[in-house]
Design a protein. Sequence first.
Length: 284
Amino acid sequence: MTTILSIQSHVAYGHVGNSASVFPMQRLGVEVWPVHTVNFSNHTGYGAWRGPLMDPGDVADVVTGIGERGAFEEIDAILSGYQGGEGIGATILEAVAAVKAANPDAIYACDPVMGNAKSGCFVHESIPVLLREKVVPHADLITPNQFELGFLTETEPQTIEETLASVDAARQMGPSTVLVTSVLRPDRPEGTIEMLACHEDEAWVVRTPHLPLKANGSGDVTAALFTSHWLRTRSLQESLGRTVSSVFDLLQLTLDSGKRELQLVQAQETYANPRMQFEVTQVR
């Protein structure tokens, strides 16, 4: 059975971080061990929230306790998302090192959350430097959006060719596999958006309608699903197709509901049995 250690934020109300990632992976039949970096009432996009930011030492203690059960060798991947500061970043890297010492085949999947093309960079100015210099070099798989890919590599990708070049620059930093979300190339058909997956010299892209929806947590779901499918299949085409199918249907269901929060539970069948409704095209 695939086992993932997911070190992310947690909210009681709504779905971001582990609250978005854990259930879809479990619905796929993945064993997930969540470790929370915050325990908030809701995500910070509401402007007000309650609950504690976990001390990095406390997060490390939870990970250490898992290791004391002799469980590190069972872990196939460590998954991380938004990193609120250098302390938690160091704690995650320590967990990655400990797991890989027990299981050298385990991978580190990092979603380098920094911002997006519409809002710009919304994290503290130290975070991009932390990710670029300390975190991404230790990752095997990264899942930036196109804007974050540019931030990481200090490039400005727009076309597919430019995005592939930026992916190559990111791979030179350490990761062998890159999933690029929210690819908005200038020559795309109006009302569409793309996702690009690359591993070594292979690359695939898939295009979907661009839904008029800003959904907190959708990137967390995307990273979780792609990591799970990649671990199981090692097929870029299949992993990308399944991930995009599930995430699109989740977003469409959320849009149709008229609600702000992802309809994560209601969309559960789309994770287990994706419709595979979009063509996945090889571009390299």
